[in-house]
Design a protein around this ligand. Structure first.
Ligand code: ZN
Length: 110
């Protein structure tokens, strides 16, 4: 396993996941709070610990790191306004889901 990134920002994590998926890079994330392990619910503020992204295949690590570097070097991209693909609502960059129809900005990993 090869750790390529760690972040406290859930929207950044989701954004990077979508990039990795677009390139068919096999990865997994270690985000104990999301899985409800380690602490009782509500005991620790969510996302206090960094969520980590690991790449499975060694020969995909460099590509994955490149994607991450490019993405995190332009964090403003994440904060740009966007248009809901479901209902067409204009939304500000800090929102990760449409307030109109709850459509997610970044499609989930399934
Ligand atoms: Zn919408």
């Amino acid at each position: 396993m090869h750790r390529i990134h760690a972040t406290n920002d859930f929207s950044e994590l989701r954004y990077l996941q979508s990039l990795l998926e677009a390139k068919d890079i096999e990865y997994f994330t270690k985000d104990e709070h999301l899985m409800g392990l380690g602490t009782a619910a509500g005991e620790v503020p969510p996302y206090k610990c960094p969520m980590e992204i690991y790449v499975v295949e060694k020969d995909q690590v460099n590509l994955a790191k490149q994607l991450v570097r490019r993405a995190t070097g332009k964090v403003s991209i994440i904060l740009e306004s966007w248009t809901c693909s479901s209902c067409g609502e204009q939304l500000e960059g800090q929102f990760n889901a449409c307030w109109q129809c709850a459509n997610a900005r970044y499609p989930s990993a399934g």
